[in-house]
Design a protein. Structure first.
Length: 145
């Protein structure tokens, strides 16, 4: 693989050229190490996943229905059949990873289909390497009356 020659050093900007040369060497070294390693096997999904999603559509709704686009996202979660808890700043969902991942995408898309001009989804996901894993109830039981 041929690399372009480095530009001649400028007397007033030697640090810039030095950083560029170091970056090039670092990238070459990383590429060489990566090429020597066999490809990793794809991880197998565990049987349980927790996710929290917060959708931030713009606008959040309409003049007649202030949270129309957010409500559309929550309706998709409710229709999923997965265990979920709606909170003020997001919704927690739990279930099999393949269903949770698909739901997260559908929730994001629901805000756009409801009429939002754009949307941002903030997603947190937790799962373990072993089947099972903590459930929402396990994590919050001691804080509930």
């Amino acid at each position: 693989m041929a690399h372009p020659p480095l530009a001649p050093l400028h007397p007033m900007r030697p640090a810039r050229h030095f950083r560029r040369a170091l970056l090039s060497l670092s990238l070459l070294a990383c590429g060489a190490v990566w090429a020597q390693q066999p490809p990793a096997a794809a991880p197998t999904p565990a049987g349980h996943m927790l996710a929290e999603i917060q959708v931030i559509p713009r606008p959040a709704g309409t003049a007649d229905d202030r949270y129309k686009h957010v409500d559309a996202a929550i309706a998709v979660i409710q229709a999923s059949g997965l265990r979920h808890e709606v909170h003020a700043l997001g919704t927690v969902v739990e279930g099999p990873p393949e269903k949770v991942w698909a739901l997260l995408q559908a929730v994001h898309q629901a805000t756009l289909e409801a009429g939002a001009e754009r949307t941002l989804s903030v997603i947190k996901v937790s799962s373990g390497a072993q089947a099972g894993g903590p459930r929402v109830e396990d994590l919050v039981r001691k804080f509930r009356p």
